[in-house]
Design a protein around this ligand. Sequence first.
Ligand code: F6P
Length: 552
Amino acid sequence: MPYPLIGSSPMELDEWSDLKRYASELKGATIRGLFEEDPGRAERLRCVAGSAVVDFSKNLIDSSVVGTLVRLARRRGLEDAIDAMWSGRVINTTENRSVLHVALRMQNGPALVVAGSDVVAEVNSVLERMSEFATSVRSGGFRGATGRPIATVVNIGIGGSYLGPEMATYALADYATRDIDFRFVSNIDPAAIASVMESCDPETTLFVVASKTFTTLETMTNARVARQWILDRLGDREDVIAHHFCAVSTNLDLVSGFGIDPANTFGFWDFVGGRYSVDSAVGLSLMVAIGPERFRSFLAGFAEIDAHMRSQPLESNVPVLMGLLAVWYRNFWGAQTQAILPYSERLRRLPAYLQQLVMESNGKSVRLDGSGVEYNTGAVIWGEPGTDGQHAFYQLLHQGTTLIPADIVLFAEPVAGPPDQQDLLFANGVAQAAALAFGRSEADLRAAGVAEEVIPHKRMPGNRPSTVLLFPQLTPRTLGSLIALYEHSVFTQGVIWGIDSFDQWGVELGKEMAADLVGPLVGARAPDISGMDSSTAGLVAAYRRLRGRPNS
Ligand code: F6P
């Protein structure tokens, strides 16, 4: 089927009605029962993508559901959509852009000519420059204005220019240089940049200003404060900036207007969305941390999943199946949220990263042609690492009244610490998936001698779906693969729903309104509140009062 089917709704397809019927039939079944009926289930629903083994068997699905979801994907044009993305067709139609984050990891690949330029060659040339710069910072070749080597790298950026670098730098801390400390400033809360200025030495601090647009209020405000801090302490000269600032952006004119040396500026392109950019120059601080070679291995991990996504039939295509399951639970089981449960301390920030990836991509309510959807789209993403979450919110996962499909991410080898402790971590992850799926029956409790009056409280209903993603170890390569799995899952969902997963217009209004409110908040005289709603006017007045500013 050609993609996109402008304006058409997936609900018009027979597959949609079939899936509705299957869901109501399966509501009377149990995951335990599905395993009992089909001894080959675990094996059949276990797929491999790169080094990941993905066990889909503990989901509320059977072969009819999987077959119908795959047919739905075909009828929505997913195969053509994949070709369209990889060949640089303009699939982000509301911004009139190609979507080519996959080109960021086509290292040494053949040319990909889009709008007259070879994207792969451009990507490789930026990678080369980043590698030289990162090596120089790591080796002490690149020095601060007073001649001292860099000891702290501070990434200033927000959204996609922050979440990816921060998540990945923390995830790969065990592969990072110990000579440099990495800090991330995103929030416009003045306390965020203040903590850097309080604790870092300006002589040995390098700021990476990361912003696709180089206009984002938070980033530019924090960058200006950092710039002044450096100039105040090291001398008010332009050459000082060259020793303490570098930039990552698509807007090279604004970067040079800020005074950052073009030699220390790393570009990327409009066809890379912010939330898809950790593997572009936006990953510069990560590259300084782990070194260029490991960064290339990070890219190779993405590429491995890209190859799988392109070549694997939909029936055994892991990111496609992940995306189809998200649709299944969202549209046919009424699931509002999806939990991300990495059994890895180092993946502490993965849920926050995926929140932007999924929710900014698929939190949409109109199709590509602007017609409204009559079905639910992107779920709320949340989570915490296991085992921490087990002692906090898993109670609700096990016995609450809400269906929450969970992704459980596991690793066989530890990255640090006593190796035997990994056995305990792994046991917990696998046990949770089984407990969620199979629960514990009243009969079992009775047989174990549990007092009758507490049986209803101890009964575990089970039937709570999860997918287990198992990797050999958290490495640069497997982290790249993990991210790519979610990127392509998000794309799959967007194609089924017929929405633009690559724009983010919904964030603009709040930004504009904040800009308009600054004047009324700070003015020396009572502000004109005539255009404001009464609630906002009251809050403005209260703020002014608390800050000692007149209201009349
Ligand atoms: O406000 C949303 C957003 O545009 C995200 O999509 C983006 O990742 C973030 O802001 C930061 O944007 P920039 O990299 O242009 O500063």
